[in-house]
Ligand binder design. Structure first.
Ligand code: NAD
Length: 373
């Protein structure tokens, strides 16, 4: 398919920018999906795509996902994403990332980038040499550092919202939570849950990680193949995607699914199936938006305390999602999409009514440019 055919097939993007630099070998695509709520924020993925079509489809899909994520998280951000076509192991250079940064800068803040799969904080420091429109830079540069404690804190808020809605309690004391994956997000989540008095069961394919955490907090460890079928109140997937699929679904013995992993449903229909089974699902892109909230705070001038405060919004957004799903008898995933779409529509209307003027137009960007290089 030709580029414009692909663009119109994969959504209603505002702008798609092809970036090319012969000397550094840069081939990148920036997709700006929607800027109704604010500048389009989304990371830069570097990947050895099979061909340009695959890269374009990926950036179109991911940028649209960011619009929904930011909107449902209640942030004044739009959705965007960038991809760099190339092997992250062999094709990186200072010149490549500075060239990319210059392209980002040419968009004057309409798109703000960050690290993603295949790119690192170090790569972003090169981007930052050419543009202020980058987040997730190192703490020493005024950045926010590792987002995972904030992502995990947002997940904790999500667990609380789901437990409140489904189990009618505001305490996690003795609530049994099965955490799958003990990496950056999972290990922080376990720590927060233990502090709340939850009974935590853990699993990781890396047995050493599971053993170390179990010893630290005196937790039950189960086989990674069994964790999705553990009898529990809350199943918290914090590893890979597609964990809710045709195989795992009939074996689930939880009342709630609330975890940080991306793309938890193998297919949309699994969201409908969860509703039929009476299992309350916290849609992934809403419950794991704490990391995005953290970089948003970086744009305003970073404060860890404010970032933690912001993650409370995950609780409110999820309660809204659960209510929409029940009122309209749709899956929670679809309800999350509706929440996002309604917010974009209502704030878009506000813009129209006020002739495009807002009380605080892109304040975040103004503040951001005061950061020192
Ligand atoms: P990570 O790589 O640090 O941790 C993943 C952990 O899962 C590893 O310990 C790995 O051994 C384990 N694992 C892999 N397959 C497993 C399996 N089948 N069973 C049990 N354990 C398994 O990654 P992370 O940063 O903690 O991210 C976890 C998930 O959360 C990912 O889906 C990621 O996309 C998503 N997420 C992360 C953030 C963040 O701030 N890091 C933000 C949003 C979403």
């Amino acid at each position: 398919m030709l580029p414009f055919e692909l663009i119109s097939k994969h959504g209603d993007h505002e702008q798609v920018v092809f970036c090319h630099d012969k000397d550094s070998g840069l081939k990148a695509i920036i997709a700006i999906h929607n800027t109704t709520l604010g500048p389009a924020l989304g990371g830069t993925r570097m990947w050895n795509y099979k061909n340009e079509e695959e890269a374009l489809v990926d950036v179109l899909r991911l940028s649209k996902g960011m619009t929904y994520k930011a909107a449902a998280a209640g942030l004044n951000l739009g959705g965007g994403k960038a991809v760099i076509i190339g092997d992250p192991k062999t094709q990186k250079s200072e010149a490549l990332f500075r060239n990319f940064g210059a392209f980002v800068n040419s968009l004057n803040g309409k798109y703000i980038t960050a690290e993603d799969v295949g790119t690192t904080v170090q790569d972003m420091t090169y981007v930052f040499m050419e543009t202020p429109y980058v987040t997730g830079i190192p703490v020493s540069f005024g950045g926010s550092g590792d987002p995972s404690p904030y992502t995990a804190h947002g997940v904790l808020m999500g667990v609380k919202a789901a437990v409140h809605y489904k189990l009618k309690t505001d305490s996690l004391k003795d609530v049994r939570v099965a955490v799958q994956g003990l990496g950056n997000v999972g290990s922080h989540l376990v720590e927060y849950l233990v502090k709340e008095g939850a009974k935590v069961v853990i699993a990781d394919i890396d047995q050493d990680k599971a053993k170390a955490l179990a010893a630290k907090y005196n937790l039950e460890v189960v086989d990674p193949d069994k964790i999705a079928a553990v009898e529990c109140d809350v199943f918290a997937p914090c590893a890979l995607g597609a964990v809710i699929n045709d195989q795992s679904l009939p074996n689930l013995k939880c009342k709630v699914i609330a975890g940080g992993a991306n793309n938890q449903l193998a297919e949309d229909r699994h969201g409908d199936a969860l509703r039929e089974l009476g299992i309350l699902y916290a849609p992934d892109y809403v419950i794991n938006s704490g990391g995005l909230m953290n970089v948003f705070v970086e744009l305003e001038g970073y404060s860890s305390e404010r970032a933690y405060e912001k993650t409370q919004q995950v609780y409110n957004s999820l309660i809204e999602v659960f209510k929409i799903a029940d009122a309209e008898n749709i899956s929670n995933q679809k309800a999350a999409d509706r929440l996002a779409e309604r917010r974009i529509k209502s704030i878009g209307q506000l813009r129209t009514h006020h002739h495009g003027r807002t009380a605080r137009p892109f304040t975040t960007l103004k503040e951001m440019t005061t950061r020192q290089k």
